[in-house]
Design a protein around this ligand. Structure first.
Ligand code: MG
Length: 389
């Protein structure tokens, strides 16, 4: 049993969206295929992943270092004890050879994307959906069939006013979602407060509305937004500051009583540890938003969860970044708080299986072996091209 090839390509997101800080006109993502010599249903098993949303494609690191390290390793050194499947922990360790500790993002996205593609192959070889494999490996075998799912939306777009924002939220509620997150920080405070009040009218409860500032505020604006938004007691206030600005985050938390969400722009267990120790965050309410494929992948994420647990944080406080099938499997498998969705944005990289069901704020977990990209037609066409050549 061996990995016969690992292929990657960079694909543009082709999005016209903008958050408070930047637009997505140049955004790309790396798509990866890990091709094995294991045959299922008459075809070699290939595992797929992409590097989620918001960090650019990282093919150079993959081609120069991580793919060659895996391909050079003795095939048996990458297998589990029984020798009947690949061992993602060993493949992670193989990729980390000769890497200097610290300074994570240059490699964490490339490594994490390959690692998640390995898990897709592992689950396909086992003949199980990935969420089931993860539940058996990391959550005492607690297999569930649906997870809470909220919509990350409310982007700024040319010509989009209050009415269009409300229409967007209404259309998501009509699809079966109950909770919505909208962007803030791309307008003035009075304008954004008006947007929040207009959104609250549609979702009916402050528990069903979150806001996301995308880490773009300086000190003055972060504190001013915290003061302006605090009375609304929203589901959470996401990235009021750069997640590494522990001093400012602590100041924000001191005047913002409702939950704060952050962590999608932290890429290691150590950074999340520092965040909860020194960032003024509160285990009883705040939300951690690690993006797993961007943070060394699933095996490392299990260590982050263990670290959180040792510090008194429940895994239901974790809502990973990235509205995609990988995150869905991870949320279901580990039993996390919930999953994000971006219906209709980020092109082929948005969303879930074409037949995914949303009902009353819950999304059903796929039952096909692996992550289930095969049931996401437009995205799978991109992935399949990597294997077909
Ligand atoms: Mg965000």
């Amino acid at each position: 049993m061996r990995i016969v090839d690992i292929r990657e390509t960079a694909v543009p997101l082709k999005s016209t969206l903008r958050n408070a800080v930047f637009d997505f006109s140049e955004m790309t993502t790396s798509v990866v295929a890990v091709i094995t010599d294991v045959v299922r249903d008459g075809k070699p098993v290939a595992g797929f992943a992409f590097n989620s949303t918001g960090r650019y494609a990282c093919g150079a690191q993959m081609r120069d270092r991580f793919i060659p390290r895996i391909m050079k390793a003795p095939p048996d050194s990458l297998l589990n004890k029984a020798g009947d499947n690949f061992d993602p922990e060993k493949i992670l360790a193989c990729m980390m050879q000769r890497e200097k500790p610290g300074g994570h993002t240059e490699r964490s996205v490339a490594i994490g994307t390959i690692e998640v593609a390995v898990w897709d192959a592992v689950a396909k070889i086992a003949g199980k959906p990935l969420h089931r494999v993860l539940a058996e490996t990391y959550n005492g075998g607690k297999v569930i069939d649906k997870v809470p799912c909220y919509v990350g939306g409310g982007w700024y777009q040319p010509g989009k006013g209050i009415r269009e924002l409300q229409d967007e939220i209404k259309s998501r509620l009509d699809q079966g979602y109950t909770t919505m997150k909208i962007k803030v920080g791309g307008a003035t405070i009075p304008d954004d407060v008006e947007r929040v009040e207009a959104a609250l009218k549609i979702v009916a409860s402050s528990a069903n509305l979150a806001v996301d500032a995308n880490a773009g505020f300086d000190r003055e604006r972060a504190l001013a937004y915290a003061k302006a938004l605090a009375p609304y007691k929203l589901r959470w206030f996401e990235e009021p500051t750069d997640p590494l600005d522990y001093a400012l985050l602590t100041e924000v938390a001191a005047i913002y009583d409702a939950p704060i969400g952050t962590g999608e722009n932290l890429f290691s267990t150590q950074d999340v540890h520092n965040l909860i120790r020194f960032g003024g965050l509160r285990a009883d309410r705040d939300i951690i938003q690690t993006d797993v494929p961007q943070s060394y992948g699933i095996a490392q994420f299990a260590r982050t969860l263990e670290m959180l647990k040792q510090n008194g944080w429940d895994r239901r406080s974790v809502f990973p970044h990235g509205g995609n099938q990988m995150t869905l499997a991870i949320v279901g498998g580990f039993g996390l708080g919930g999953c994000e969705a971006y219906p209709g944005v980020f092109g082929v990289f948005a969303g879930f299986a074409d037949d995914a069901q949303v009902e009353n704020g819950y999304l059903t977990l796929p039952q096909r072996p692996g992550i289930g990209f095969e049931a996401q037609n437009h995205l799978y066409a991109v992935m399949h091209e990597l294997v077909a050549v």
